[in-house]
Design a binder for this molecule. Sequence first.
Ligand SMILES: Nc1nc2c(ncn2[C@@H]2O[C@H](COP(=O)(O)OP(=O)(O)OP(=O)(O)O)[C@@H](O)[C@H]2O)c(=O)[nH]1
Ligand SMILES: [Mg+2]
Ligand SMILES: [Zn+2]
Length: 303
Amino acid sequence: MVAKVIKSINGLVDAKDESGKIWKLRIKGKVLSLESEEYNPLSSGDDVVFTPLSDGEGLITERLERHSSFSRWNQKRECNQTIASNIDQVAIVLSPESPPYRSRFLDRALCSIHGAKPLIVLNKCDLGVAVDVKESLSSYSDLGYDVVYLSAKFDPSPISGYLSGKITCFVGQSGVGKSSLVNALLDAHQRVGSIVWKYDRGRHTTNHSVLIEGDGFSIIDTPGVREIIVPMEEKRSVLESFPELRGIECRYKTCLHEGEDGCMVPDLIREGKIKEERYESYLRILSSLDERRPEYERRAKRG
Ligand SMILES: Nc1nc2c(ncn2[C@@H]2O[C@H](COP(=O)(O)OP(=O)(O)OP(=O)(O)O)[C@@H](O)[C@H]2O)c(=O)[nH]1
Ligand SMILES: [Mg+2]
Ligand SMILES: [Zn+2]
């Protein structure tokens, strides 16, 4: 039988089969340790094959191939960690303040999406949106990203049209209001935390990802993070996440715009066609991959 993972905590998995029945599943032995370089073999949204045992319980024997994911680097365990799988869309939730808006965070989050559509959501607009935040976000609209302004507290409806018919994963810093938004959009009761005023950030209130179904759409609420470090991957795939850096005709076709001879990017920045901020984000991400790569490959060889 096949079911979709709602949540997976320490090897205990809640999953829903095609008829809508909820199962309590466990992972069978080592079958899922296929990717030793990954933090968790299962995440919310994964489709799994299982063998039913007694009523409502079963053993997972296989994880079906993922068609998309949001993943990040787990600093503590030094490996990639999948936060949600098989999602259509990732809504990166930001706030203008409490916690403050950070475009670098947004750039890294955009690079951590694989095979799903990005959506940028500015929550807490009732607090007022400073001019520099508006300017920053309008530069993302210019790049082709959809940007939604809303307030979970007063009116979450601007996002509704983007959600229908899709599975959307909400990601972002702790305290930006992901769970508040989930509660406002669905019949959900996700716990909501206050802001630590001294540090102007959230309290990591949500502690595991969970898939919640609504009427014609689903949302995966995820734990907030202080930081997103882009998962270990090829530099070219980071380049693919920067629309303004794709398809530039530099001297070499393989140019990664890292200072190679004949790279056109410095000229395009001077001409104002590429934002220097974004290019700096890009270079920082590449150098963070360079820093991690030797150790990562040593461990991959060991298996
Ligand atoms: N003013 C205002 N406050 C909001 C809004 N949405 C959420 N908040 C507040 O922001 C705080 C954090 O909300 P949560 O929904 O717990 O944030 P979260 O992103 O789920 O946080 P984590 O689970 O820690 O990642 C709470 O005090 C909410 O009441 C909004 O639209 N306007
Ligand atoms: Mg939350
Ligand atoms: Zn180049």
